[in-house]
Design a protein around this ligand. Structure first.
Ligand code: GLU
Length: 509
């Protein structure tokens, strides 16, 4: 069997959508699983749709996810260049070959002529004019014109496109790994343009030329390309080339299971559909990114791996390495995959929990710094340990843990109304005194002191802990109370207790 060589071939027409990233990931995993090569090819021949910054975005997004190409614009290999705009001569040569072989022909019809013909057909009740077997002889092309006329036009540099001559009445059948046998009728295709008037190839031509020249073994791409595949198969045949194996991935669906996942839907429902934030400078719009929303790349990769594939076991958490070991094409689902942001958050939480507190410390420091607090690494490590099981997204380290660095201004009133007994104020004052004198400020020692206090005063955890929690953090929710006190620090905790008691008296009125 030929060595596995797969490619991810995005067009830089905008940011990389999560569906595109999934395509890249499956290609990458398939290459890794089979000791093959993963190639990044930039399909930038459509100059009208070219978007500044999109190529860099694609490269950055793949890098963030750890999906590193073996060959690509930034990693030269033996089959470059890896940007289609730099491969014009190769396409021109192949178009020439198809012309010589009689598989393609020159078409000189201008846009106006085509428009006029479409309008005339419409008038006659035909709304689907197709440039193809039934109509080509009534158009201006090298099949309908004499050789002399054609040569004259070419000599005079009349603008032309090159069209693929497709025989009518044929059924094109090919195998797809996910869809099994797929058939199309050639009558549905029309004589597709291979080379545009600007001398650049269309997607179809460039795509098959490159897949052939780059020795691509498997074409793994989104289901939206399935209809084009019939044309590609015909082009391979016309070129006397063997076609790669086709693998068309199921659609990514909106959370309600209806319709293709769209950036609008994401924006409306408040979740990202892009790996990194995208600033659309032209339309002056901004779209959220998984990275900026606080996902770890490993979690996002794991999440998208499962959008359309499953390992056939109960295991859900897989590192990139483990995914590469388990990935097989036969476990790709053939029905659409519903995008579920809650599942993405669940994955993120699993990865936060699995990451050591020391590793998370830097992330925690960054979050607090963004919010104006420089905190030492020891403190960040402790906060990571206390909060990681309770949050889903990175910014929540600060949002849920502000009280570690900021005085409490709002107190949750319900537990106070229920638990605060002004008549016990003296005793709670004594607890604050006792804590201010304690010589070792660690969660364990604080707990010992508090338990001793409870015993001496015949009070239970249920009477004391809510008071401590609300005074120090504003809420009864949260991680281990003694851990919070330790991180907040001795002096500040004692101060907050005293301030809290006053506030509680006021709440009780
Ligand atoms: N340039 C196409 C895209 O933007 C590539 C499709 C394919 O993989 O063949 O998705």
């Amino acid at each position: 069997m030929n060595p596995v060589r797969v490619r991810f071939a995005p067009s830089p027409t905008g940011p990389l959508h999560i569906g595109g990233l999934r395509t890249a990931l499956y290609n990458y995993l398939f290459a890794r699983a089979n000791g093959g090569k993963f190639i990044l090819r930039i399909e930038d021949t459509d100059q009208k749709r070219y978007v500044e910054g999109a190529e860099q975005y694609i490269i950055d997004a793949l890098a963030w996810c750890g999906i590193s190409p073996d060959e690509g614009p930034e990693k030269e290999g033996n089959y470059g260049p890896y940007r289609q705009s730099e491969r014009r001569e190769l396409y021109a040569a192949h178009v020439e070959y198809l012309l010589q072989k009689g598989e393609a022909y020159y078409a000189f019809d201008t846009e106006d002529e085509l428009e006029a013909r479409r309008a005339a057909e419409k008038e006659a009740g035909n709304h689907n004019f197709r440039y193809g077997a039934a109509t080509r002889m009534s158009m201006r092309n090298s099949l309908s014109l004499s050789t002399d006329e054609t040569e004259e036009l070419l000599k005079n540099k009349s603008p032309y496109v090159v069209r693929f001559k497709i025989d009518p009445g044929q059924t094109v059948t090919f195998q797809d790994v996910v869809r099994n046998e797929v058939s199309f009728q050639t009558d549905e295709l029309g004589d597709q343009v291979l080379m545009k008037a600007d001398g650049l190839p269309t997607y179809h031509l460039a795509n098959i030329v490159d897949d052939h020249l780059m020795k691509i073994s498997h074409v793994i791409r989104g289901e939206e390309w399935l209809p084009s595949t019939a044309l590609h198969v015909l082009l391979y045949r016309a070129s006397d080339w063997s076609a790669p194996t086709f693998v068309h991935l199921p659609l990514l669906l909106n959370p309600n299971g209806k319709g293709k996942l769209s950036k609008r839907k994401g924006a409306d429902l408040g979740f990202p559909v892009f790996p990194l934030r995208w600033d659309d400078h032209v339309k002056k719009e901004q779209f959220a990114g998984f990275r900026e929303d606080g996902f770890l790349p490993e979690a996002m990769v794991n999440f998208i791996a499962f959008l359309g594939w499953n390992p056939g076991t109960e295991q859900e958490v897989f590192s990139l390495e483990e995914l590469a070991q388990s990935f097989t094409l036969d476990r790709i689902n053939n029905s659409g995959a519903r995008f579920d942001i809650e599942k993405a958050k669940w994955y993120n939480q699993q990865y936060l929990i699995a990451t050591s507190d020391t590793e998370l410390a830097t992330i925690v420091q960054e979050q607090f710094a963004t919010n104006g607090h420089e905190i030492p690494v020891e403190k960040a490590t402790a906060i990571a340990g206390l909060l990681k099981e309770r949050i889903h997204l990175i910014p929540e380290f600060y949002l849920e843990g502000k009280y570690f660095v900021e005085p409490v201004t709002d107190y949750e009133e319900k537990p106070i109304r229920k638990k605060w007994k002004p008549e016990l104020r003296e005793k709670f004052n004594a607890l604050a005194d006792q804590l201010s004198n304690s010589s070792t400020w660690t969660a364990d020692c604080i707990k010992e002191d508090v338990v001793a206090f409870m015993k001496a005063n015949e009070l239970g955890f249920g009477q004391v802990l809510p008071i401590l929690r609300v005074a120090v953090s504003g809420t009864v929710q949260g991680p281990d109370a003694f851990g919070i006190l330790e991180v907040v620090g001795q002096e500040e905790s004692v101060r907050r207790l005293r301030v809290g008691y006053d506030a509680f008296d006021a709440i009780k009125g």
